[in-house]
Design a binder for this molecule. Structure first.
Ligand SMILES: Nc1nc2c(ncn2[C@@H]2O[C@H](COP(=O)(O)OP(=O)(O)O)[C@@H](O)[C@H]2O)c(=O)[nH]1
Ligand SMILES: [Mg+2]
Length: 160
């Protein structure tokens, strides 16, 4: 049975959340569509990613793991505040479209303490879109590692 991770894509309206979700789920690209279609409520995309998981305590070799991903493409409408309902075991990806050219983008300072150390990546579907997938796989890798480590700790506390 593969591990399943649930991730939420949240951020302001028209910041490219749905476009990124489609790209990650390898759905047909509609980024050239002239009309904007705001996401109503939430749209759930399911797909799999293969990652190279770190070696656990038991053996020394990294192994290829398939992770089932449930990606929630949330509405940017502030009336649907999905972020406040996130649990510790879930992950948020923020999409934001800065109003300046890519080379001028400053490092964002995230006010929320628990997000201060969050990884940031500057990407665009027009410019090196593969970076989006690479960063997403890094996120999946980190989440998978945290999940397996917490499971190992739980198992050990039962045995002890
Ligand atoms: N050229 C370009 N257009 C984009 C990109 N990302 C999103 N868009 C366009 O920006 C608009 C808003 O994107 P969407 O994903 O619907 O935003 P959401 O409201 O955050 O889900 C749409 O018309 C997309 O086609 C991008 O990387 N490049
Ligand atoms: Mg959307």
């Amino acid at each position: 049975m593969s591990t399943k991770l649930t991730l939420f894509m949240v951020g302001p309206a028209k910041s490219g959340k749905s476009a990124i979700c489609n790209y990650l789920a390898e759905l047909s690209d509609n980024s050239s569509a002239s009309e904007y279609h705001p996401t109503q409520g939430v749209r759930i995309l399911e797909f799999e990613r293969s990652i190279l998981a770190d070696a656990g305590r038991a053996n020394g070799k990294p192994k290829a793991v398939t992770v089932a991903v449930e990606l929630w493409d949330c509405s940017g409408d502030p009336r649907h505040n999905f972020f406040s309902s996130l649990k510790e075991t879930q992950i948020a990806i923020f999409a934001h479209k800065p109003a300046c050219p890519p080379q001028m983008i400053p490092k964002l300072r995230l006010a929320n303490k628990s997000l201060a150390r969050a990884a940031q990546a500057y990407t665009s579907l027009d410019f090196e879109p593969e970076t989006i997938r690479t960063e997403f796989d890094n996120l999946i890798h980190n989440a998978y590692t945290a999940y397996t480590e917490s499971r190992e700790r739980e198992e050990q506390s039962i045995v002890a």
